[in-house]
Ligand binder design. Structure first.
Ligand code: HEM
Length: 133
């Protein structure tokens, strides 16, 4: 598996652990105010990152390009800033709003970079490479 795909899956599982922990905390405390942070950790973190990683695993030639690693760092920085800032904002720290705004824009920049990767030409494989026995 290409390095960027491996990195994406490792980062994604961390966000799933964080996202589910927030969900369990909401259930136990019966306080659902962090619902937005929980949903974004799971969807921008676990789900979207796993899709990005899966795309790179299916397109190893594209995964080796420099833009793939740049996109990983931009997107991951955005989500890693956004989730805790959103959590703090929703649980009573309105001063975190500008951080959430900036982090959202960084995350969106990461999504646009991924669009560039998807639309760039390159060998597109539809099946994973066969494993040698
Ligand atoms: C053990 C795992 C999980 C627990 C305990 C949990 C718990 C919760 C709780 C308590 C809420 C608030 C419900 C409400 O106030 O109406 C919620 C909402 C939500 N969760 Fe989870 N969750 C889990 C996993 C996930 C996963 C894996 C995803 C996505 C991949 C996810 C996505 C969402 C979304 C999108 C909402 C918002 C739903 C809405 O606003 O209608 N959750 N979750």
């Amino acid at each position: 598996m290409p390095r960027v795909a491996q990195l994406y899956f490792r980062t994604a599982i961390i966000f799933l652990i964080v996202g589910i922990s927030m969900g369990l905390n909401m259930v136990i405390s019966q306080d659902h105010s962090a619902i937005g942070a929980h949903a974004h950790a799971n969807l921008l973190g676990w789900v979207t990152m796993a899709i990005f990683g899966g795309y790179h695993a299916l397109n190893p030639a594209k995964a080796e390009r420099r833009i793939a690693m740049i996109q990983y760092f931009v997107y991951t920085t955005g989500v890693a800033l956004m989730v805790p800032a959103l959590y703090l904002m929703l649980t009573g720290n309105p001063s975190m709003e500008p951080v959430v705004a900036v982090a959202s824009l960084i995350t969106f920049a990461g999504v646009l970079l991924f669009a560039v990767i998807i639309f760039s030409s390159g060998t597109v494989e539809t099946r994973p490479t066969a494993v040698a026995r």
